[in-house]
Design a protein around this ligand. Sequence first.
Ligand code: PEP
Length: 248
Amino acid sequence: MIKPIVAGNWKMNKTPSEGNKFSLSLIENLDSISDTDVIICPPFTGLNSVVPSDCYDLGAQNCYFENSGAFTGEVSVDMLIDCKVKYVILGHSERRTIFGEDDKVIGDKVSSVINANMIPVLCIGETIEELNKGLAKETVYKQLKKGLSKVGSLKDIVIAYEPVWAIGTGLTASSEKISEIHSYIRGVLTEFYNETESSLIPILYGGSVNSNNAEELINVDSVNGFLIGGASLDVEKFVDIIKIVDKK
Ligand code: PEP
């Protein structure tokens, strides 16, 4: 049985003081949540301002694969560990498209996060062009193959399937399509590793999840939770989604 996860990716939003206020309010509202792991991923500047709590874990939105040195503007795994970070989002489509990260770099990051005993949340998903050409499965296959190329065993990793065309657009993939791709992803993980390891990996869905569609989406076969952008910025909306997942 995979424990569901709801992760909020704040992207480049919220100052440290706004993040601090959000976390206090989240703590007040998460009393009754027991069967869902909640993760919040502030920008780097907000990692130390979020109030530590048993109610949620802290995630980062990125990191570099080298340990230290002349890499201006980058952040290492040790720096994240010192901020009590447990999860690191890697390969988000905005990192791939805006900042030009390729699968090789993402694979190096996944490996360095695992070696540091943190948990990568590896994001994969097709663009609208790939979808229209019928290449959704080929795309996620390639992203998994390269993103996991240095991963010997599948312990402690989370996969987030996020169709790029659904991120921040208000569009979501249909339940049937999500179910098909999630099952396909699990099949690929079985091919790369084995059924036991593959069956324990949480596969999250991401792409315009909100409190109106969360109920339908969490009931899709093979969906083990959500990675949420826009709706994670508002405590009420975020908590509504967490409650829906928790009562499943
Ligand atoms: C995301 O950025 O990972 C995401 C899913 O964003 P949104 O929920 O806003 O579509």
